[in-house]
Design a protein around this ligand. Structure first.
Ligand code: N2P
Length: 357
């Protein structure tokens, strides 16, 4: 009997010890409630070293997931399967998410680094007073091209993309607003046009581009263009700057008919579990040194004026990525066209994609 009691005691002690050890492992790995932060960002859109630094400074473990279009991101957040603490949508998506009650109001007292943001990027019409969103990066949509492979073309006009010499030479980024917007702009229409006849005209014109389109791709567009797998690409400006960093022969231009000016802001979705940590992360990304390092890493344009002051002139003074007033006056921001019209843009883009096959 004595032996049985002793054995029982040993089993108890060992299992208690094991339980303690497992809970210690869990907490040091950070998987305990408040101690994690789930971030949902565009692909290739943060310096991973900064995520590690955030984890070290705060003891919060970052879980990181990526998306490649506003549409994919919104669908996932609407479905609510995964709960995200921070995401980074573009302006029209922010407006739509606000409308659908998917975002929480931010507590600016927890984001003192907000003072570093250039006032030009604050209080924009998609989010008055930045009640729900904080500037992260901004940019344009344009054309990267290899002057050695395109003859006399300079892409002063979108219509040069339709030139017969570009057969199978164009890569397009995989975005409904961007590609439809390019079609509309090439016809002299607004990229926020909602007139059915204009939209059909744009789709028909895009279909005529098909022989020139080599592929419609995600982030791999950067590698393909830098490696000269295609002569021309429809890209976001920051991707262009990264591509040109890899291959100095290439250039970036925003055609004269106009194009898109976009803003990506950090938000906290309604389903967030770690609202405190989310504010901490937003504030961290707004620190001047952190934002400068992030800008150098991803190649996009920073709205953080304190960070801009830390960046070399070759970045902050590059007018292709920090456009002057003349260029800015030709750019349009995507409007939130409403659920139905946005779905219609997606449909038309999908039909164009199907038509290629
Ligand atoms: C980065 C994607 C940039 C997002 N890969 C443009 N809104």
């Amino acid at each position: 009997m004595k032996q049985l009691v002793r054995m029982f005691a040993v089993v108890m002690i060992v299992s208690l010890g094991l339980m303690y050890f497992i809970s210690y492992l869990n907490s040091s790995a950070g998987y305990s409630g408040d101690n994690t932060l789930t971030i949902y960002n565009w692909g290739d859109y943060v310096d991973p070293e900064l995520l590690t630094r955030f984890e070290e400074e705060t003891g919060i473990k970052v879980i990181y997931q990526t998306f490649d279009s506003n549409e994919a991101m919104m669908t996932k957040i609407e479905q609510g399967g995964t709960t995200f603490d921070v995401s980074i949508p573009s302006e029209y998506a922010i407006s739509k998410m606000k409308e659908e009650d998917l975002l929480i109001k931010l507590d600016h007292s927890k984001i003192p680094n907000l003072k570093n943001i250039d006032p030009r990027f604050m209080n924009l019409s998609f989010d008055p007073d930045n009640a729900y969103s904080i500037p992260y990066f901004w940019g344009t949509v344009g054309i990267v091209y290899n002057p050695e492979l395109v003859g006399d073309l300079t892409f002063a006009s979108w219509n040069e993309l339709w030139d017969q010499s570009l057969r199978n030479q164009i890569l397009l980024l995989d975005g409904a607003r961007e590609v439809m917007g390019m079609g509309l702009n090439s016809l002299g229409y607004s990229l926020n046009d909602t007139e059915e006849a204009h939209l059909q005209e744009a789709k028909a014109k895009l279909q005529l581009l098909t022989p020139n389109v080599k592929a419609i791709v995600g982030d791999e567009i950067k590698l393909l263009l830098a490696n000269e797998e295609a002569a021309v690409g429809l890209v976001w400006s920051g991707d262009a700057s990264e591509i040109m960093g890899e291959n100095e022969k290439l250039d970036y231009v925003v055609p004269e008919e106009g194009s898109n000016l976009w803003f990506d802001n950090m938000v906290i979705p309604k389903t967030a579990k770690n609202i405190e940590g989310a504010h901490q992360f937003i504030n961290f990304m707004l620190d001047p040194e952190v934002a400068a390092q992030n800008t150098e890493y991803v190649g996009y344009s920073s709205p953080n004026q304190a960070a801009m002051a830390l960046l070399p002139e070759e970045i902050s003074g590059d007018e292709r990525f920090y456009p002057d007033e003349e260029l800015t006056s030709r750019l349009e921001v995507y409007d939130n066209l409403g659920k139905r019209m946005l779905a219609h843009y997606n449909e038309l883009f999908l039909e164009f994609k199907m038509h290629r096959k």
